[in-house]
Write a protein that binds this ligand. Structure first.
Ligand SMILES: N[C@@H](CCC(=O)N[C@@H](CS)C(=O)NCC(=O)O)C(=O)O
Length: 230
């Protein structure tokens, strides 16, 4: 049996949701309302001590990290393959999963939080969120305190923008060489990136433009046509 603990189908939770739909794998959906801080509740922390979604549970085994969850599922359910067979393409698929996780998602989160979400929060909501941090590991608590205080330096904001601009250039080069990120076939790499790239429309609209990312926009258009993604 497959269970998926997830929030909205935005960046991280969206990856396994799209993957499961593409593979037509039945699963039980367990909604975790991140805006209500349900990911910091004791019962959820027992499942994932870092207090983050998504979390996949397969026959009682817990699998965290969106990209790794998709690779796990690919081994468990090889039908309708979404990891390419050729070694070079396989490497590319793994590469992009790591790349989006390390070099894109944190910066999209930072700019989205700093520029959009945090300014809308009432003081009471911020204090309420602060009270949920107690059970988190030190590192997660520090990250949250900084986010709630909106204590980002100008250098950090600039680094986030520069990293996303570098990612944009990298995506354009990859999509110049092949129609999909891993190569000739649609794969977990495209699933891992589609929603993060889509989020650029909101966090860095100047970047996701026909001028700067034409091939990426064309790729995004093809992805948005897929029923699993729609
Ligand atoms: N590297 C993790 C990132 C997961 C992540 O950051 N999830 C966000 C939701 S998009 C979350 O749970 N945030 C809530 C929190 O940090 O308390 C993955 O790929 O699963």
């Amino acid at each position: 049996m497959l269970e998926l603990y997830h929030w909205e189908p935005n960046v991280d939770s969206g990856e396994p949701l799209i993957y499961l739909k593409e593979k037509q794998l039945p699963f039980e959906s367990r909604y975790v309302d991140v805006l209500q801080m349900q990911q910091h509740r004791q019962e959820f922390l027992r499942l994932n001590p870092s207090g983050r979604v998504p979390v996949l549970v397969h026959d009682g085994r817990t699998i965290t990290e969106a990209g790794l969850a998709m690779l796990y599922l690919e081994d468990a359910f090889p039908q309708r393959p979404l990891v390419p067979k050729p070694l070079a393409e396989r490497y590319e698929a793994h590469f992009w999963i790591k790349y989006v996780e390390e070099r894109m998602a944190p910066y999209v989160t930072l700019l989205g939080w700093h520029g959009i979400t945090r300014p809308t929060l009432q003081p009471g909501t911020i204090e309420g969120a602060r009270r949920t941090l107690e059970g988190l590991p030190h590192e997660r608590r520090q990250l949250w305190e900084k986010a709630l205080d909106d204590a980002y330096s100008e250098e950090e904001i600039a680094l986030a923008r520069e990293s996303l601009a570098a990612a944009a250039r990298k995506l354009e080069r990859a999509l110049e060489r092949a129609p999909w990120l891993a190569g000739e076939s649609y794969s977990v790499a495209d699933i891992a990136l589609v929603l993060t790239v889509r989020a650029l429309r909101v966090v860095t609209p100047d970047l996701l433009s026909a001028e700067r990312m034409p091939r990426t926009l064309e790729w995004l258009g093809r992805l948005e046509e897929r029923p699993a993604i729609r």
